[in-house]
Design a protein around this ligand. Structure first.
Ligand code: URA
Length: 298
């Protein structure tokens, strides 16, 4: 029970750091929590149930990458990636084999789960870069297939494209583990550590080299930190909605789709959409008046 409470506390901290101001807890859940705390010897102090704040405000600060953990000792220095000669499909397939066979990646994936490599068109103009696989992704072995991924697919649709027209990758190739959940079910996600991200980054760079997209889109603060460098910004607002550069490619930074899932208001949708309009302009995609006006209504 302690573990479950610790995981809950970690998830609440994560939500807070990513800008969520309040969560709604039903009386029933509150009662269950009090009973659980009492059973585990904790203090059963009545806590007021809060109501979600109305209008969403953008996440104020970077969700910090997890501090170095004991597990980081098992992360070796970043791998050297050697792309073979050959055509694009052969180079991409060789890279995929290398990542899926990487012993460090495999060692961090729990039984029955998968290392996750990028997906999509290897001729894509636009490459989206996320943070790390979540529960659904490590089951299916594909990035962005869970709830945030379904929303990303709809966002891509709003741009007049299909998921198969773009390339979607993550900084991390495995789902960062939460101690205590090895072998069993893992509840919640944690941001990757700097060391974990440094390990996987050469694999993302190699995907950029092979696919050679026109531009990159970083989804969320962790992906942006991974690409722009740790400590390069404090709050996502400092870098979001502007063009940067990574691996010689223009890089747009925007919110992670999970931010919209937590704040499904027109205001937050419009913020991310404005960034995607800039991406469409730079990629010379046609933009209709209707598309320009998405999410403007209150
Ligand atoms: N969030 C990410 O950043 N990447 C995924 O693949 C899924 C959710």
């Amino acid at each position: 029970m302690r573990t479950a409470l610790n995981v809950l506390a970690a998830e609440l901290k994560r939500l807070k750091a990513s800008g969520v101001k309040a969560v709604t807890v039903s009386d029933e859940s509150l009662g269950a929590l009090r009973r659980a705390l009492a059973k585990s010897g904790g203090e059963s102090r009545p806590a007021p149930a809060t109501v979600s704040a109305g209008a969403a405000s953008p996440p104020p600060a970077v969700r910090p990458a997890a501090a170095p953990r004991a597990g980081d000792a098992t992360i070796p220095p970043p791998p050297a990636v050697h792309l073979p000669a050959g055509d694009k499909p052969a180079r991409w397939a060789a890279l995929r084999d290398q990542v899926l066979g990487d012993m460090t990646c495999r060692a961090h994936v729990r039984a029955g789960k998968q290392v996750v490599f990028g997906v999509g068109s290897i001729d894509a103009q636009i490459m989206f870069v996320g943070e790390a696989p979540g529960a659904e992704e490590e089951i299916q072995g594909e990035p962005f297939v869970g709830p945030a991924g379904q929303l990303l697919t709809r966002m891509i649709g709003g741009m007049g494209l299909q998921r198969s027209d773009v390339y979607i990758g993550n900084i991390m190739n495995w789902r960062p583990e939460i101690p205590g959940s090895s072998g069993g079910v893992q509840y919640g996600n944690r941001p990757p550590t700097e060391q974990e991200m440094a390990y996987c980054l050469p694999y993302l760079k190699a995907q950029i080299e092979v696919v050679n997209p026109l531009l990159l889109v970083a989804l969320g603060a962790t992906a942006a930190q991974g690409l722009l460098g740790f400590g390069s910004f404090r709050a996502l607002g400092e870098v979001r909605g502007r063009w940067h550069e990574f691996a010689g490619k223009p890089l747009m930074v925007t919110y992670h789709p999970s931010y919209i899932l937590r704040n499904p208001t027109n205001r937050s949708k419009r913020l991310i959409w404005e960034d995607l309009l800039k991406v469409m302009e730079r990629a010379a995609l046609p933009i209709t008046e209707k598309q320009r006006g998405y999410f403007l209504e209150k």
